[in-house]
Design a binder for this molecule. Structure first.
Ligand code: ADP
Length: 328
């Protein structure tokens, strides 16, 4: 079995875009690969954050992942900061990564622009930490969205450079492009659903009525009308495909083609479908959060498994790079 690694940031307000674009995909991957899924809390501090909320967000994300179907018996689920070797390897990789390559990263340029005045080195080095996350487990495949392709290419470059300088240690991980459509903002279907846009998302812990209300209010009337579907309606169909039975999707598609589709009906059925899908996940999430000690134990067990692998890689790396002193 090939090994897969993927990470997700504990940045709060986990929404159905994250669920459909990342989490659901992980749930499928764990049956096909030896899977390591990591809550990357060290990545969440490259821009301003609230320290008193960090731990709460880590636990919420862990609970949501398990409630959504990540099985800690099948996958290694753990928190990045529980395995300090990630940052150890990051330093070593920093010494073989050019500043130019990091400055060219699209995400860095965008974030540096957005956080002007508070651009710290961590923001630029983020892709080096990501390379360490992946390579420390010698992961062969990494599920990525379009926006992470460039970072994964850098990971491959770092692996190649390391291998050519110090000897063959790392595989070059292959991307598997996540196939789910990008979920758009409910209040502005021309930009993507995001936790940073208020009103754009349905959170995984929204209650039934909030879900219904948000779908009722979703924007449908922008973009071309008639033949081609406007972005808002298209987005509702994407969600319907993800959450409802195929027969219902077919029926609404036919109505759309016949120009008999009433958006109110579509929204009603979509709202109900999302409620049906999310309610049990939400309940399981709350149950897990109520038993915090158990949740911490699951994460600790995952971290112990991950750390064993990480330590074995670090031994090879230290040896290859010429560090002969024992670790105290
Ligand atoms: P946000 O944009 O809300 O800050 P993140 O950047 O933390 O979300 O994304 C976490 C994961 O969820 C990533 O794998 C990302 O590709 C996926 N994701 C985020 N928003 C969407 C979306 N609107 N549609 C599909 N996938 C998404």
């Amino acid at each position: 079995m090939q090994r897969v690694f993927s990470g997700i940031q504990p940045t709060g307000n986990i929404h159905i875009g994250n669920y459909l674009g990342a989490i659901k995909n992980w749930v499928e991957l764990q049956h096909k690969y030896e899977s390591l899924f990591c809550i990357v809390d060290y990545h969440a501090i490259t821009v301003e954050y609230e320290p008193e909320l960090l731990h709460k967000r880590v636990l919420e994300l862990a609970a949501t992942l398990i409630a959504s179907g990540i099985d800690p018996e099948k996958s290694v689920l753990f928190v990045q900061s529980s395995v300090p070797e990630h940052t150890e390897l990051t330093w070593l990789f920093t010494c073989i990564t050019s500043i130019g390559a990091l400055e060219r990263m699209t995400q860095f340029k965008e974030k540096a622009e957005r956080h002007k005045g508070a651009v710290f080195a961590g923001l630029m080095n983020y892709p080096v930490l990501m390379a360490s996350d992946i390579l420390i487990y010698k992961a062969e495949v990494v599920p990525v969205g379009e926006d992470q392709i460039q970072h994964l290419e850098l990971t491959r470059e770092i692996a190649r450079r390391f291998n050519s300088m110090f000897g063959e240690v790392f595989p070059e991980p292959q991307p598997i492009l996540t196939k789910t459509a990008r979920i758009m903002a409910l209040n502005d279907p021309t930009s993507k659903m995001s936790k940073s846009i208020e009103g754009s998302y349905i959170a995984m812990d929204d209650d039934d009525d909030t879900i219904r209300k948000k779908i009722r209010r979703a924007v449908t009337d922008v973009g071309p009308q008639g033949g081609e579907m406007g972005p808002g309606v298209k987005n509702l169909f994407t969600l319907l495909e993800a959450f409802a039975e195929p027969a219902l999707v077919e029926r609404f598609r036919a109505d759309y083609a016949n120009q008999t589709l009433r958006y109110a009906d579509l929204k009603y059925e979509l709202g109900e479908a999302i409620v049906r899908a999310l309610a049990p996940i939400r309940e399981r999430t709350f149950d897990l959060l109520a038993k915090q000690a158990e949740l911490m134990e699951i994460l600790d067990a995952g971290a112990k498994q991950a750390r064993k692998l990480a330590q074995a890689t670090m031994e090879e790396v230290r040896e290859a790079m010429g560090f002969k002193m024992p670790v105290a």
